[in-house]
Design a binder for this molecule. Structure first.
Ligand code: FPP
Length: 227
């Protein structure tokens, strides 16, 4: 969700207004995802690197997240909310709220909306390596026989599915430490528009572009798309 700051700058507004407009775009895109029948939507909301922004901006983003999660805009929708990222560094009230939403929406089967907050791909991989090392030290795992599947089982959120489509707005063509393990075979989609200007039609276009690609996943002949 890139481009909140530029959106605000273009209007002579403070950056936090760009994030507020970004939160409105999130609500809109979640409705679009439900309409289309998407099963998973995973949002890169606050990265491990975002802590290095001005204290004022960090506080504004975390405050906005707290307000959004407290407001519970998806309460009447078939949305299971999840939080993916480091525990322990977020303000306790925000972490508690995120865990509460996760628990109370657990039975919902429509869209799984995962918010990556204090998330970093390298951090995730490092923590997974540490978990494997602990198992090996305890004699429960042979380091010479560790497989991809073992690694995936030790990820902090082992039930997170692989990414089919990775979409970044804001005219940047990088994946910036987002879900590197899960995105190994993701289709990449980069668009010039700024996140706050994004609506469900952009989501539709992103998915349409994805369905037009041939996913080979390393195989010779194209595999059918999993949508
Ligand atoms: C990147 O834009 C955006 C962020 C670091 C914050 C994302 C947060 C939201 C969209 C708000 C709320 C989200 C939810 C899930 C309720 P940027 O500030 O780096 O933009 P720039 O590249 O134009 O400076």
């Amino acid at each position: 969700m890139d481009g909140n700051g530029r959106w605000a700058q273009q209007r002579g507004l403070p950056r936090h207004e760009g994030h507020r407009a970004g939160a409105r775009a999130v609500r809109e895109v979640v409705h679009g995802a439900l309409e289309m029948g998407l099963r998973h939507l995973t949002l890169y909301t606050f990265s491990t690197e975002n802590w290095s922004r001005d204290r004022e901006e960090v506080d504004a983003i975390l405050g906005l997240l707290r307000d959004e999660v407290a407001d519970n805009p998806f309460r009447d929708l078939d949305v299971h909310m999840r939080w993916h990222g480091r525990a322990g560094r977020l303000p306790t009230d925000l972490a508690d709220l995120l865990q509460l939403r996760e628990r109370t929406t657990r039975g919902r089967t429509g869209l799984t909306l995962t918010m990556c907050i204090d998330y970093g791909g390298r951090d995730e991989i490092t923590r997974t390596a540490a978990a494997l090392a602990r198992r090996a030290r305890a004699g429960q795992l042979d380091p010479d026989r560790i497989t991809d599947e073992d690694f995936a089982r030790h990820l902090p959120h082992p039930d997170m599915p692989d990414v089919d489509l990775l979409w970044r707005t804001g005219n940047e063509q990088r994946t910036s430490n987002f879900l590197p393990w899960h995105s190994a075979y993701a289709e990449l989609h980069f668009t010039p528009g700024l996140w706050p200007d994004t609506d469900r039609r952009d989501l539709w276009q992103a998915v349409t572009a994805y369905t037009g690609r041939q996913r080979r996943l390393g195989a010779e002949s194209p595999n059918p798309l999993p949508l």
